[in-house]
Design a binder for this molecule. Structure first.
Ligand SMILES: Nc1ncnc2c1ncn2[C@@H]1O[C@H](COP(=O)(O)OP(=O)(O)O)[C@@H](O)[C@H]1O
Ligand SMILES: O=P(O)(O)OC[C@H]1O[C@](O)(COP(=O)(O)O)[C@@H](O)[C@@H]1O
Ligand SMILES: [Mg+2]
Length: 324
């Protein structure tokens, strides 16, 4: 029979994402419901290796569900990528009586979670990243808020672009993935959406489109460029030179990671955080909580990390049809 889990740790790792606090709250309160003790591990794997722990109770997570960021702070910790770091992390968990850990983060964080699991610490991952770039799940905590922040900002840039009859290139985050670009581009009716998974670098096509549209009387142009393509400022200079239309680049940057989480991010993060603790209570380890085909489910971490996903073909075609 699986060993009864008495004490769990919870940490947030990698880029922060709105809704992480809702997930932490759900982890703590669900664990208390099972009679488990909870230690908050500060600053991701860095805090684990530095033994920065706080005892958490129901009050520790009061008044946080509406707050962006993460009350546990987060970090990118290179030491955890080494075998020695991983061995130390597992030893520290054992020393502090931590039988299970919930890791809220992205793909990098799950590699660390998989390693901890192999070293005897029951570990469950919860997908927290604005990038939506975890293949096994159709939802990641923070994406919904991030795209809503992005469309709000894009709508504002559009106002000034229209007034000045300019072209605007707006760069959105997403690392190597184009989900934020695709969603925010379609949702703002942008004129071109450049996605790293499919962009062929054909700027001439964009230039031709702008020139033809201007001839038809179109005043402003909005191009959404994904971070994975980047170089928005130099792109703006080339497009201005080729079209004769004033072109400006706006890089939205970290504002996309902040702000009060949307209802969807609060609700789904609450379910996922709670489900992670259910899995620990069942004696499970090395699992990743996911949302797929309308249901919350879980995957083996290594299997999940091997999975690939791409922008759905219909959505890609839609972005081409609607930006013509
Ligand atoms: N191969 C790995 N093995 C163990 N830990 C890793 C590995 N890759 C990343 N990590 C840990 O996860 C942290 C977060 O990963 P990162 O890729 O920066 O963000 P995210 O988890 O949001 O994708 C890293 O700083 C490191 O501590
Ligand atoms: O905070 P940093 O180190 O500048 O990282 C920026 C990256 O973090 C993100 O905002 C979120 O990515 P992760 O969730 O994988 O950490 C990416 O969109 C971006 O490429
Ligand atoms: Mg990532």
């Amino acid at each position: 029979m699986a060993k009864k889990i008495e004490t769990i740790g919870v940490l947030t790792s990698g880029g922060d994402a709105p809704g992480m606090n809702a997930a932490i709250r759900a982890v703590v309160r669900t664990a208390l419901h099972y009679g488990m003790k909870v230690k908050g591990i500060m600053r991701g794997y860095s805090g684990l290796l530095d033994e920065e722990f706080i005892d958490m109770n129901a009050r520790s997570v009061a008044d946080i569900i509406n707050r962006g960021g993460t009350i546990l702070y987060t970090a990118r910790c290179m030491e955890m990528v080494t075998e020695e770091g991983q061995r130390q992390a597992a030893e520290i968990c054992k020393k502090h009586g931590i039988d299970g850990v919930v890791v809220i983060g992205g793909d990098g964080s799950f590699k660390g979670a998989g390693k901890l699991s192999k070293l005897g610490i029951n570990t469950i991952g919860v997908p927290g990243t604005i990038d939506l770039d975890i293949a096994c799940t159709e939802y990641t905590i923070g994406f919904d808020t991030a795209v809503n922040t992005a469309i709000d900002a894009i709508d504002k840039v559009r106002d000034t672009s229209t007034s000045h009859e300019r072209c605007s290139i707006i760069e959105v985050m997403g690392r190597h993935a184009g989900y934020i670009a695709l969603w925010s581009g379609i949702a703002t009716g942008s004129d071109a959406i450049l996605i790293p998974e499919h962009y062929d670098g054909n700027e001439q096509e964009i230039v031709n489109h702008i020139i033809a549209s201007r001839k038809r009387g179109k005043k402003h142009f909005i191009i959404i460029n994904a971070e994975g393509i980047g170089h928005s400022s130099s792109m703006a200079k080339r497009i201005e030179a080729a079209t004769g239309i004033e072109t400006r680049a706006t890089i939205l940057g970290y504002m996309q990671r902040g702000g009060s989480p949307s209802c969807k991010d609060r609700f789904y993060a609450s379910i996922m955080g709670s489900k992670a603790v259910d899995l620990l209570a069942e004696g499970k380890s090395n699992r990743l909580v996911a949302y797929r085909n309308g249901e919350f489910c879980d995957f083996d971490i290594e299997e999940a990390l091997r999975m690939k996903k791409d922008i759905p073909a219909y959505q890609l075609e839609l972005s081409a049809k609607l930006t013509r």
